[in-house]
Design a protein around this ligand. Structure first.
Ligand SMILES: [Zn+2]
Ligand SMILES: [Zn+2]
Length: 186
């Protein structure tokens, strides 16, 4: 198998891993992720974006993934295993983290980009997850995966501006009830 195919295979595995990890974060109500959902309503977008970046957690996690993949080195060439791992790392630590931070803080993007249909849909999928559908739209980078797995929720035309102190997290704090104003604006 050639090196590029191995890296791309790792990248595809990283896209699936992103979906799975986000699903687990909600199924197991992992505190740091629910914290991100709470902050979303109460902190300025730039702060929310910066707070999501945690390179230390990423690196510790991927050292663990490498250790889990290590036995494959006995049946596969070691550098192919490392390339596969590097493809996963590339997606989760760089592509995913950059895309997630970008959609939370995109005021610096040119207006034509921010207002484009494709970008609004892509970002809207994650905002729908934050505003109304914590049990849907688990993939931040590739919402098509949610469509395949049956967890896709179509984004609305618009979302209220944030910080939004009136919107209090309810229950387990990973969702908030709809507001009449938001519903009317949809
Ligand atoms: Zn988010
Ligand atoms: Zn979430």
């Amino acid at each position: 198998m050639n090196a590029a195919a191995c890296f791309l295979g790792g990248w595809a595995a990283g896209v699936l891993l992103e979906y799975l990890l986000h699903w687990i974060m909600h199924r197991r109500s992992l505190g740091f992720h629910l914290h991100h959902h709470r902050e979303f309503f109460h902190l300025p977008p730039k702060r929310v974006a910066l707070n999501t970046l945690d390179p230390r957690l990423d690196l510790v996690f991927f050292a663990g993934v490498l250790a889990a993949l290590a036995p494959l080195m006995f049946v596969w060439t070691w550098w192919l295993v490392v390339l596969f791992w590097a493809g996963m790392l590339w997606h989760v630590v760089l592509v995913y983290e950059a895309c997630h931070a970008l959609m939370h803080h995109d005021a610096w993007l040119p207006a034509f980009w921010r207002e484009s249909r494709g970008y609004r849909w892509w970002k809207g999928c994650h905002f729908e997850h934050h505003f109304h559908a914590p049990a849907g739209n688990y993939s931040v980078t590739c919402p098509w995966l949610d469509w395949i797995f049956g967890t896709y929720v179509r984004p609305r035309a618009a979302y209220p501006p944030r910080p939004h102190p009136q919107r209090k997290p309810a229950g387990d704090a990973d969702t908030v009830p709809d507001e009449p104003a938001a519903a009317n604006g949809a």
